[in-house]
Design a protein. Structure first.
Length: 453
């Protein structure tokens, strides 16, 4: 059987893969693995539960809370909040674990269940495997006064907002900011915290109806934000995704500022204030080469990881580093958060505009993005991409041709017969030409054999 947990919890079509029955069973299993087995107080374990505003989140949250409380776990229902808020509240409440019900940037019919361990930390694979294994065991069924209780976590949002405001190096007075909340989990707290920080806030995408999350808006659809920033003459725009663990930005002219540029700005700011631990930024191999060049010129080292914020987090924890993230807008401040936090990132970015008095476009110019071409080669044997001699020879030739002005990355898909060919170069034509040439080699050399009927 395939593994139930994916790269970010259990995710799928609500009432398809992800049913109320599965949600209840996952909660019962987590109650044992994350609650009773790890609780040393002798009291009932405590768990924080939050969700994004998808319609399916209502029944899934009810199923999760039923599974937890029926297994002897006290539940603090935080309602609709961003994923990083749930992680923060687990630590702030000193709860045993947390549950976030969200499918992030996915469309409304999807949903997901993600667990956080004590301290708001993401689960390692072996703990997820233990929960999955526990699904096959009899659930705990306490009775009488031993059953868990469910209570509304009434000040959850206020705690999170106060925490965010406490991270600011500078207030945002005088800044006009457009916020795009993707009709998602940050629709309430993001406008509140930016206004409390002193910004003049224009809000779009903050009217969730359970079905419109990420629908043509948010960090995956920046068009509405770009138009709103220009229309309102704003200093910058901030876009979240459905669960607000991402942040992308738009400058005053409507130009996109991606996660790499955001990390470059924030890394330089932290270095200048002496808060960039060991002068290191952690990012994935998909970050633009322009980021590495900009950091090197500023005396900052780049530590590269595999694709996925969990690998960034692991490297940050292992090395004790303070800043890391992904091109997609997951940015992690280890001093303030245990996971990517789009509201926190947006605040820190806006604070740099206010603190320096320089427009975001000028701050982002510290990094020059090299043209990047990505080609997904389908119908190939992804397992052979690292071992095929002809592919290796083609990659070596391409790297020699590009020299220090570009790079090549071949990455197999984790789930499909696809190899992703990514090439960066000093100009778009060269990047396109080299990528197409490599893609053809991969297509020819790694083609899957057809099986006769």
């Amino acid at each position: 059987m395939s593994r139930l947990f994916g790269t970010d919890g259990v995710r799928g079509l609500a009432n398809g893969l992800l049913t109320a029955e599965l949600a209840l069973q996952l909660a019962q299993a987590a109650a044992v693995v994350l609650g009773h087995e790890r609780n040393a107080t002798g009291n009932r374990p405590r768990a924080v539960v939050a969700r994004d505003p998808r319609a399916s989140g209502e029944f899934l949250a009810a199923a999760v809370e039923a599974g937890l409380s029926s297994s002897g776990v006290d539940v603090y229902d935080a309602g609709v909040l961003p994923t990083p808020a749930a992680a923060y509240l687990v630590a702030d409440l000193d709860a045993d674990f947390g549950v976030m019900i969200s499918a992030s940037h996915n469309p409304a019919p999807d949903n997901g269940i993600k667990f956080f361990a004590r301290g708001g930390q993401k689960l390692p694979d072996d703990v997820e495997d233990a929960i999955e294994l526990q699904l096959g065991n009899e659930a705990m069924r306490p009775v009488g006064g031993e059953v868990g209780r469910i209570q509304r976590f009434s000040d959850a949002e206020d705690r999170y907002v106060v925490h965010l405001l406490g991270t600011l190096p500078h207030r945002l007075d005088g800044l006009k900011v457009v916020l795009d909340c993707a009709h998602g989990a940050a629709s309430g707290c993001s406008p509140q915290v930016f206004a409390d920080a002193g910004a003049d806030v224009i809000v779009i995408g903050a009217e969730p109806d359970g079905l419109n999350i990420n629908d043509g808006i948010g960090s995956t659809h920046l068009g509405p934000l770009k138009r709103a920033v220009v229309e309102h003459g704003a200093h910058l725009g901030i876009a979240h995704d459905g669960d607000a663990d991402r942040c992308l930005a738009v400058d005053h002219e409507g130009n996109e500022v991606d996660g790499d540029q955001i990390m470059a700005i924030l890394a330089l700011a932290l270095k200048a204030s002496g808060k960039l631990r060991d002068d290191v930024l952690v990012a994935t191999v998909m970050s633009n080469l322009g980021l590495k060049i900009a950091l090197r010129e500023a005396g900052i080292s780049l530590r590269e990881t595999g694709v996925g914020d969990r690998y960034v987090l692991e490297e940050m924890r292992d090395g004790g580093f303070s800043l890391g993230g992904e091109q997609s807008g997951h940015v992690i401040f280890a001093d303030y958060a245990t996971t990517g936090d789009g509201v926190l990132t947006g605040l820190q970015l806006a604070a740099q505009v206010a603190l320096t008095g320089r427009p975001l476009k000028e701050l982002a110019a510290v990094m020059t993005k090299l043209p990047q071409v990505l080609i997904n080669v389908k119908g190939v044997d992804r397992a052979r991409v690292k071992d095929d001699a002809a592919v290796a020879e083609a990659v070596a030739r391409a790297e020699a041709e590009l020299g220090d002005t570009g790079r090549v990355l071949l990455r197999p898909s984790g789930t499909e017969p696809v190899v992703r060919v990514m090439v960066e170069a000093g100009d778009q034509n060269t990047a396109q030409e080299v990528a197409e040439r490599l893609a053809q080699v991969v297509r020819t050399e790694l083609a899957l054999a057809l099986v006769a009927d």
